[in-house]
Design a binder for this molecule. Sequence first.
Ligand SMILES: Cc1ncc(COP(=O)(O)O)c(C=O)c1O
Length: 465
Amino acid sequence: MSESARDLARKLLSGSGNGVKPPVPATRGAGAAAAPPPSAARAGHTRPARGPGRQFADHPEVASTVAKQAAIAAISAQSGLANPLFLPRNSPNDTVIRALDSELVNFSAYNYLGLSSHPRVVRAAKDALDQYGASASASRIVSGEIPLYGEIEQRLAGIYGVGDAMVTTSGYLTNAGVIGFLLREGDVAFCDSLIHGSVVSGTQWAGCRRINFRHNDPESLRSVLRMSRSGFDRAMVVLEGHYSMDGTVGRVAELAAIAREFDCAVMVDEAHSFGVFGARGHGIREHYDMAGTDVDIWMGTLSKALGSVGGFIAADADLIAAMKASAPGVAMLTGAPAPSAIGAALAGLDVLEAEPERVSRLWDNARLFDTALRDRDLDLGESHGTPIVPVIVPGEIRAGFVSGTLLRRGVYAGAISAPAVPVGKERLRFFITSEHTGAQLVSAADLLAETIELAGNLPTSAVPA
Ligand SMILES: Cc1ncc(COP(=O)(O)O)c(C=O)c1O
């Protein structure tokens, strides 16, 4: 280990010797709280008095999250590493961002095709803003339609080869709301074990049973269905096209066919596969050359490859009509998507159509990065050259150290720890885009390999909450 590395490790480790819990910044799953004031650092150890406005001060989730965030902030400050959580940024979320008073090469954004700041996308958002205002100001059923909704929905239905589509304000709420609307007590969702939390929320909302099968494993799905299908009324198998923590490619065609054998509906989350898979970026259906009707509900987001924000589903026309009128959280009891978000997403679709080479560039970059990391003997989990690249760095402290150190060296990639991933499988997650350059990818691989080696002297434990 070099002298500077030893210094760094010593600085980092010295936190445990002076009463501050050891490091460091690792992005927890969705829902991590903002950095609290320093006094909250002790919330997990003392029991703060409840009182007006403080009823949740000793709530286990609140207290441990607040304590952990404070510990991370304190250790980051003490060790001289930047805290990558809630990093203040002064630029679009492109391959190079402006943060910490410098330029950083960015791997933390699922802006796969570089569309979020594409001039056509930004122009379309501004045009929609000028024409229709900043907000939809109500739900569509009570306050009417603007042509942008119908236009994007027709295009999405056409892309998926199904009867109709609907756009929503949020991908998360789309999963939660659709499952919450369609399933109920007595029904069941058979979910891939790595399914996104929004699907889990949907099953809780629905009050149905959720039964997991082994990740991406057709035999596991078959045996779970054989054992359990007959005990329920309606059943839905829920899959993803491209798994967000592991970069694995969903075996959607095989799994959907098995689901059909057992009279189950199929829902596929295309959050990270639309705009990414298929020669035209039309998603996992194009990748496997499936018929649109092989799946009952295609769900996606406008927030990732399309460079905007919001969710969508594409499905049978009656199903969409019912959800547009009645599904809470996606249509009813919630506002319609902002016109600018839909204008931007439509322009994103236009760019995708006009420049499919963005998709092939994305995959060239993903393969290049995969090769560079494997050449440096890094552990990429189950991924194989996909644009989501998990680099396994066991231990929350180590993963956080690697992320914080990379940040200081000009590379931004978030660390992920439990509960978003299993303990011992902590990782840095890199999102590759079509806009990264070869030089950026190779240089990041070098820095990453070097930093992971440095982290070898750190404990593999978690940041205590
Ligand atoms: C697989 C998956 N589904 C759904 C969502 C939610 O999408 P949104 O960010 O549009 O709410 C995400 C978010 O990252 C995701 O990874």
